[in-house]
Ligand binder design. Sequence first.
Ligand SMILES: Cc1ncc(COP(=O)(O)O)c(C=O)c1O
Length: 400
Amino acid sequence: MSVIADRLKNVSISASAAMTQRARELAANGIKVVSLSSGEPDFPTPAHAIEAAHAAALAGDTKYPPMDGTPALKSAIIRKFKRDNNLDYDASQIVVSGGGKQVIFNAMLATCNPGDEVVIPTPSWVSYADIVKFAGGVPVAVPCHEQAGFKLRPEDLEAAITPRTKWLFLNFPNNPTGAACSRAEMAAIAEVMLRHPNVWIMTDDIYEHLVYDDFQFCTIAEVEPRLYDRVLTMNGVSKAYAMTGWRLGFCAGPKDLISAVSNVNGQNGGGIATLTQAAATAALDGPQDLLKERAAIYKERRDFVLDRLSEVEGLRCHRPEGAFYIYPNISGLIGKTSKGGRKIETDVDFVMALVDEHHVATVQGAAYGMSPFFRISYATSMEKLGEGCARIAQFCKDMR
Ligand SMILES: Cc1ncc(COP(=O)(O)O)c(C=O)c1O
């Protein structure tokens, strides 16, 4: 009898882990790998957040925290939702977890019964489907086609909803495509959801502040207030404030749902590190100018990568509105052979040959549920982006 529980049978380890492993092996052999695979800002955590954690530690804020978040952090989150999203919540409607990932995990554990369906616009972040399966739910992918700008079309959403649907996930700006939703597009999604009063909505707004060219971010509970009572609005400090290692995410929603999520939170973690909470409070309440400054830098990088890659024969690059990813289509290269003699039948073949032959780490579209594409993260320096793009261009050019 296996020691491993049945619930793990359908859950894969992160699909990008194979690439990370390969890149590490190459680096261990002294090979300089250009990594364009990590979904992590290359900026530092703001100094005032670090100082707040330091001050909290010195002041003795080192005891067990409340399970749902410290009052100071919850107040900062309430202010954040009002300031950025024009959403009103009180402290009983907020819970703080160990990263955006744990928010979603806890929410699914708190709500999914076996067989409950969760509609996931796809391509989507690798963890959604696994978290849903872990919780006993059934992920239902709805394609967001390249031709539609990788957006969720109302008619596709409508067709995916069944009597078993419990949740719809939204993630715009999106990982991995960078697609974001205009107010009109969000209103069209909301209209579908108004017709399905039994379906809940989890919106993952973690890339909220990473939108470019004056694109206006919006979130569904604000766009359609009639949905407010069925929306779990998730956000965090990882991407906006470059605080991935601190592990802090939060969500807001109806009181009963939040109380259930908080229950799970208490059982699988017992609250979030006090020093992390102090740092996040300072980040949310502190000067916000850095968000715009960093977004301007990401925009420059996006434009730079798009310029370089749009000249490459065989690649087709959609221009994303946000996040820090580009998701080129490689259908023009499928069936070809790399200079190193590798037949490119899939996007997995493509990214593996690219890392082995030109030492650039990216992630295959298959990991996000839509092929043949690959994901480039531009959350890195211009120098590395220049080098990475030049190597990708050469790799594609040499294909026969
Ligand atoms: C769409 C999306 N949601 C959530 C997360 C996880 O955020 P956190 O680091 O706060 O757990 C990520 C991280 O890559 C992401 O891309």
